[in-house]
Design a protein around this ligand. Structure first.
Ligand code: C2E
Ligand code: CA
Ligand code: CA
Length: 612
């Protein structure tokens, strides 16, 4: 850059010197007469014209010449465009009066003098000069002194307009620091600012409150009304949050429908609930979407400095944890981060690490719980239930580790293993001639969202030489309701090929019987809590009866889950459930125990009652 600058300056100096030598009116070059002189003169004029034309034609290169008093003697068109003065307007005026901003005036006059007197060059630099409108213009400015050691030194300035670059730079800077939709800080720059605010809190022994806000059911709003409306909602929410923000509060959209707000300078702990109430207020007024008024709510997670984290990253994470906990508690909930949450998080982290290793170390096994025919008492199907039996420590319940695995890709590895192992086992038992209909396996929400999962499932079944009657799947009601068209199409295809698909935990989700007919399912598993409460709770009993009735009308097989007592057994038989699963007959068992059972060597605790 310096080398190029130097060459450019030297070239410019030569060109300007040639031009200047001829500037005084009438003094055309050469006194020689005749053809030779005429030739020299023409050549010179041509070169001068070329240079002038060059200077004039550079739209972004503004050239100005100043005499030793800094009065304008030359001003090209680009200078007019850049600074707003025509050549006539500028001619004879002082440099500092035209384009030098007031705070720089003294310095410029001094630098010009130093150059003339001491030969101290003004280096090329990026500066902001003044337009006739008063606005500042960013330029890269070169300076050249001609006739330096004469009575009439002339300074030429060659300014390149940097507005476009600056604008592009600003835009880039904006894009890297701000969220494009709401124009709030993005997560990265929020963290930077939060760390600065925390440093200040430390100096002043003050507190800071961090609130993590997550709009309830935003995905559904987006789906129902479209992305544009969803975006509009986020913009409106950002506007509200911004509206009564103090100058020191820091606000950011960290992702999708999640906002974080930091309130520094809290000196009274009573202020904290007040701030949280203020955030709740923000959601209270209805949002206008497609000219309809929409009531919204949000869950809030709160973390406080000091106490809930030392760094911006830690505080945000902990407020996020509290927010997630609030989500579990329901809509519009507020949870403050505390030690218990922290410990739980730590526990989950460790468990997650161990689980990852457990998959590799082969610590997972499948147990199988029989489903018994309510009429014949025969074992018809088995439900495969995952067990984690670590080499060290007690077994871990799937109710604990499946939700954990669901938060990462680990669920897919685990799911693949369950599928593979169930198919292998089914094929092995068939080869051994054991009487058995099906093995049903559980699919979680995230598992069935994986593209190609149904093809993968079918391919695995086929690879083991099995058919649609050998392996079934169970999905919870909520998973079905949240399923998109692709998933439903995949399920329909399986259903069409004759695979058995059961709705698991029926009655615990949205619980609408009217949904049933829309789903490609073959069976309904009534949740354990109904079976448990039905003997004593008339409402549960009524719901159960209605469910069995409608299930049968829709041609579905009805399974009662969690039958533990004789009383419950009688009840579900009375209601005409088709299959019974529960500890009263069998607990989930390891494969060798199932083999003994199917080979007729052992009987379940309740079998004799049924067959009698
Ligand atoms: P689920 O699918 O509802 O499985 C039935 C659960 O009820 C099993 O718990 C079973 O042991 C238990 N159970 C069966 N009969 C009775 C009874 O009479 N009384 C009582 N109190 N409980 C009974 P488990 O094995 O602990 O599994 C818990 C959950 O973990 C399962 O609920 C299922 O959601 C999930 N899970 C288990 N294995 C897998 C798997 O391979 N993949 C996936 N995605 N989830 C699995
Ligand atoms: Ca199940
Ligand atoms: Ca279940």
């Amino acid at each position: 850059m310096i080398g190029r600058d130097f060459r450019f300056t030297r070239w410019l100096r030569q060109q300007l010197t040639q031009l200047l030598d001829r500037l005084p009116e009438g003094s055309e070059p050469g006194s020689a007469k005749g053809g030779e002189a005429e030739l020299v003169r023409r050549q010179y004029l041509e070169s001068e014209q070329r240079f002038r034309a060059l200077l004039e034609s550079l739209p972004k290169v503004a050239v100005q010449g100043y005499d030793h008093n800094r009065r304008v003697i030359y001003w090209n068109d680009a200078s007019t465009r850049l600074y707003g003065y025509s050549a006539d307007e500028a001619q004879g005026h002082l440099l500092e009066d035209l384009i030098i901003p007031a705070p720089m005036r003294e310095g410029v006059i001094q630098a010009h003098r130093d150059w003339m007197v001491q030969g101290k060059e003004i280096p090329a630099e990026e500066i902001e000069l003044r337009h006739s409108s008063g606005e500042l213009v960013p330029v890269f400015s070169h300076h050249v002194m001609l006739n330096e050691h004469t009575a009439d030194p002339l300074m030429f300035c060659v300014d390149v307009d940097l507005s476009d670059q600056k604008r592009a730079h600003r835009e880039l800077d904006f894009a890297t620091r701000f969220d494009r939709l709401t124009h709030l800080l993005n997560r990265h720059s929020f963290e930077e600012q939060l760390d600065l605010a925390l440093a200040q809190c430390r100096c002043q022994a003050g507190s800071l409150v961090l609130v993590y806000l997550d709009v309830d059911h935003f995905v559904e709003i987006n789906d129902a009304l479209g992305y544009e409306q969803g975006d509009q909602l986020l913009v409106e929410l950002a506007r509200r949050l911004n509206r009564d923000r103090r100058a020191t509060d820091i606000l950011s959209r960290v992702s999708g429908d999640e906002f974080v707000i930091a309130f520094p300078g809290i000196h009274d702990s009573d202020d904290i609930p007040r701030l949280v109430r203020k955030m709740e207020e923000v959601m209270r007024a209805p949002f206008l979407l497609e000219e309809r008024r929409c009531k919204l709510s949000a869950c809030l997670g709160v973390a406080i400095f000091p106490g809930n984290g030392e760094t911006a990253g830690e505080l945000i994470r902990n407020a996020d944890v509290a927010k997630n906990r609030a989500k579990l508690a329901g809509q519009g909930q507020v949870i403050y981060f505390n030690q218990e949450l922290h410990d739980e998080l730590l526990h989950q982290h460790r468990l997650s690490d161990r689980l990852e290793r457990a998959v590799e170390a082969g610590e997972l096994v499948l147990h199988y719980q029989p489903q018994v025919s309510a009429i014949s008492g025969r074992v018809e199907n088995l439900e495969a239930l995952l067990r984690w039996i670590p080499a060290e420590g007690p077994p871990v319940s799937p109710a604990e580790f499946i939700p954990l695995a669901e938060r990462s890709e680990l669920i897919h590895r685990i799911g693949d293993w369950v599928l593979e192992e169930s198919c292998r086992q089914r094929a092995e038992w068939r080869a051994a001639g054991l009487a058995l209909e099906r093995i049903d396996i559980n699919f979680s929400g995230r598992q069935i969202k994986r593209p190609g999962i149904f093809e993968h499932f079918e391919a695995c079944v086929e690879r083991h030489g099995l058919g649609p009657r050998d392996i079934g799947i169970e999905l919870t009601e909520n998973v079905l309701i949240e399923a998109d068209d692709d998933i439903l199409a995949g399920l329909r295809r399986l259903h069409h090929r004759g695979f058995r698909i059961a709705i698991d935990d029926f009655g615990t989700g949205y619980s609408s019987l009217s949904y049933l007919k829309h789903f490609p399912v073959t069976a309904l598993k009534i949740d354990r809590t109904f079976v448990r409460d039905a003997p004593n709770q008339p409402e549960d009993r009524a719901i159960m009866e209605a469910t069995v009735f409608i299930g049968h009308r829709l041609g579905l097989e009805v399974v009662a889950e969690g039958v533990e007592s004789r009383e419950q057994l009688e009840l579900v038989r009375e209601m005409r459930c088709d299959l019974i699963q529960g500890f009263y007959f069998f607990r989930p068992m390891a494969a060798p125990n199932i083999e003994r059972l199917l080979a007729g060597m052992v009987a379940g605790s309740g079998s004799s009652e049924l067959s009698s």
